[in-house]
Design a protein around this ligand. Structure first.
Ligand code: ADP
Ligand code: ZN
Ligand code: ZN
Length: 733
């Protein structure tokens, strides 16, 4: 046999290896990074050639042939393949699944890769049309047409530019002869990028950050950009992007949430005329495919996306930006459990390009990396211009009356700010109306029959819901045990909203949580009303912390700062500090100084005192000292093995067996905690348990994991549970 005649193919299957095939009989040759259709069991599958090799562990006579070569040019370059294989090893996840995560669904199913893009444009007829007529009859169509008359837009960025759900109105415009599609060949349309608006003069600190990010280096260290909200981090990104584009490179910008893409894209678009491929979970398959192709072909200058965009191939990527790098959303919590932030660092290092990690509240891991000199760090200590840091103080819930979850001190402050014409934002991380339904006679509570948790009462619609499994029932009218009337207890956002309407009858109140912002359009409308000032008081959950800026807000109230003060997870303190600062950071962007009130029953808690007196840097130093003493990350590395089953004994049996396997392998420097039931043991009718493996040395941990996974394959106990492995877990349940 000749050399390199075995194809090692990544196929989406729960096996931790590549599969060997012989080339197709005749036809075009397969290429690494290109797709092939192969026989797999009794079916056929689309896979990606990861490597050409000249030998196989199997006898050649047992190998099957590729059925069809789909791509004759690679979709993934060598560097992309190397990153995916590295990720599969690091996260100990089946390599075929990892490759699948990197491709849009249409490509996974075998759709031809195109070298063309669809441009949406207005027709000549549209130019003569009286738009006001159309605007009355069909406002959505008119808005889209106005946009297209301005300039044709790439279908890949249509959702961003003309809104999700653009397809129907666009089709109607086409039917009326007012709009159409033009196909453009990527090969003959080079990448363009042009600055259309200069940014403001940089502050000295921003200048230093930009210079540091662009400093000539063959292997630049990751750069931590540490600056409070509003300190001008985005402006730094924009300058560095500008320089990167000017050098003819592409750049990748990662944001934690789909909801944050429009605002960053809007800011980029105001600055540059260039192709932006936007990638997030809210796209249709076709949109996703087009955006991906635009990045992969090199036509898009910028790729802006959430987590999975870290895998998007870009032929000339010269910079990666990870905004809000501390955000847990960068970690995928199911299936292939990777951290997009960490992979961005790995990708940049392998490519020898700079990566900027920006945050007002960096992850303690990142702070530590900067402390050790593995990352560079530049601080932006001040907000540019007149706006200053908000003033933060606690409201002691033990000494002031707080009916309905709102202390009198807070109510008075709200009154003051509202009378001055400003907006108020309240944070409570509990959606729904009441946290439980409670019988005051016998203590009975409405619990979820499938989970170890209480049901949350919702008013609109009137239901009991379990926030862990999604179960929903009609609220009982009285106690199941003693027939006493039930009382709703605890405050959720719906209930606070109702209370606010009582206290401030003339003020428009809005609520931002997963129930009120159930889709992209409702979220957009809520944010819009807040920005325009139509909403005066906004009550919301964690969603408020996600980088949305509300310039008119001067007062922020954190209704329950105690949530998280006594958490069981070693990260609770960090999360709480981040949440408080991120919520506060939304306030006081204008000239008037902002004010932040934290309602707590523990005003002397050291964490709160640190945070208020010294800000995040002080808090982080203290928290890192505690982590060091307790040997938690970043002073050790973790891998969490989870298992669940309907039968309570099965997860425990399986994990005990695993714990034995680990102990008998006598792996040095590794300790094992558990097995133990998960903090919420029963969820969706399944019992859950976990085994935590910990080591100060990453390599030892990985040797152990590889070893363990091999043993698990032979364990009969493994077949009775659903299990998963989480390397560098961010949640310990
Ligand atoms: P961050 O990303 O840290 O929250 P931004 O970059 O959004 O901060 O900046 C906050 C506000 O300050 C924005 O309105 C931005 O336009 C403005 N800004 C940023 N840098 C400057 C500067 N050098 N001069 C004037 N205004 C600036
Ligand atoms: Zn009762
Ligand atoms: Zn439940």
């Amino acid at each position: 046999m000749g050399t390199d005649t075995i194809l090692k193919v990544a196929i989406s299957a729960p096996l931790r290896r590549l599969f060997d095939y012989l080339p197709a009989a005749g036809g075009k040759p397969a290429v690494p990074g290109g797709r092939v259709r192969v026989p797999f069991g009794r079916t056929s599958q689309v896979g990606i050639v990861a490597e050409l090799a000249n030998s196989s562990e199997l006898p050649v006579s047992r190998l099957r042939r590729v059925q069809q070569v789909i791509d004759t040019a690679p979709l993934l370059q060598e560097a992309d393949i190397a990153l995916l294989r590295w990720a599969a090893r690091y996260y100990a996840h089946p390599v075929g699944d990892v490759f699948a995560a990197a491709l849009p669904a249409l490509l996974r199913r075998g759709r031809q890769a195109t070298s063309t893009v669809r441009m949406l444009c207005a027709t000549a007829e549209a130019a003569d049309l009286d738009l006001s007529g159309l605007a009355q009859r069909a406002p959505r169509q008119a808005a889209i047409l106005t946009h297209l008359l301005d300039e044709p837009i790439d279908a890949a960025s249509a959702p961003e530019q003309i809104g999700a759900g653009w397809i129907d109105p666009f089709r109607r415009l086409v039917a009326r002869g007012l709009a159409g599609e033009k196909i453009i060949d990527l090969a003959t349309s080079p990448r363009r990028s042009r600055v259309i608006q200069a940014g403001p003069d940089l502050t000295a600190a921003q200048r230093a950050a930009v210079d540091e990010a662009l400093a000539e280096a063959t292997d630049p260290l990751p750069l931590l950009l540490f600056g409070v909200t509003g300190s001008g981090k985005t402006e730094v990104y924009l300058r560095v992007l500008e320089e990167t584009l000017a050098r003819g490179s592409q750049a990748l910008v990662l944001v934690p949430e789909i909801g944050l893409t429009p605002q960053i894209v809007r800011r980029i678009r105001r600055r540059f005329d260039c192709e932006i491929a936007v990638l997030h979970s809210g796209l249709s398959e076709k949109e996703r495919f087009e955006a991906w192709m635009s990045a992969q072909s090199g036509r898009a200058s910028l790729v802006v996306g959430t987590r999975s965009a870290v895998f998007v191939p870009m032929p000339d990527c010269g910079l990666i930006v990870v905004d809000e790098e501390h955000d847990p959303s960068f970690k995928q919590q199911e299936g292939f459990r990777y951290s997009a932030r960490d992979l961005a660092v790995v990708r940049a290092r392998r490519a020898g390009i700079p990566v900027i990690l920006g945050s007002a509240t960096p992850a303690l891991e990142t702070m530590r990396n900067a402390e050790l000199g593995r990352y560079r760090r530049v601080d932006l200590p001040e907000r540019p211009g007149a706006s200053s840091h908000p003033r933060m103080r606690v409201v002691d819930l033990r000494s002031v009356a707080a009916s309905d979850g709102l202390a009198t001190t807070l109510l008075a402050a709200m009154q003051r700010h509202l009378e001055a014409g400003d907006q108020v934002m309240l944070f409570l991380n509990r959606r729904g109306y009441a946290t439980a339904m409670f019988c005051s006679a016998c203590g009975w509570t409405a619990d979820c029959p499938r989970c170890d948790s209480r049901m949350t009462l919702h008013q609109r619609p009137y239901k009991l819901r379990c926030h862990h499994c999604g179960r929903q029932t009609d609220p009982p009218s009285c106690c199941a045990d003693c027939e006493t009337e039930l009382k709703p207890v605890g405050q959720g956002t719906e209930r606070i909203e109702e209370t606010l309407e009582k206290y401030f009858p003339d003020m428009p109140v809005a609520r931002l949580d997963r129930d009120s912002a159930h889709n992209a359009d409702s979220l957009k409308a809520l944010l819009e009303d807040m920005r325009s000032g139509a909403t005066r008081i906004l009550i919301g959950t964690q969603m408020l912390t996600k980088g949305h800026d509300f310039p008119g807000v001067t007062l922020v109230g954190v209704l329950n700062a105690d949530q998280g003060l006594f958490g069981t997870d070693f990260r609770s303190d960090e999360r709480l500090a981040q949440t408080i600062l991120q919520v506060s950071g939304r306030a006081g962007r204008r000239e008037r100084p902002g004010e932040v009130l934290l309602q707590t029953s523990y005003p002397q808690h050291p964490l709160l005192e640190r945070l208020i007196d010294g800000g995040y840097a002080d808090f982080a130093a203290e928290a890192l000292a505690e982590r060091s003493a307790a040997r938690w990350p970043p002073f050790s590395h973790l891998a969490l093995l989870r298992a669940e089953a309907h039968d309570r004994s099965h997860p425990a049996d399986f994990l005990s067996r695993c714990a034995h396997a680990v102990e008998s392998s006598r792996a040095p420097h590794v300790s094992v905690l558990g097995p133990a039931p998960s903090p919420m043991e029963r969820r969706s009718g399944r019992y859950r348990a976990q085994l935590l493996m910990q080591s100060p040395d990453r390599r030892s941990l990985h040797v152990l994991i590889d070893n363990l996974l091999e043993r698990i394959d032979d364990m009969p106990e493994a077949r009775r549970v659903r299990w998963s492995l989480d390397v560098d877990p961010v949640e310990l349940f």
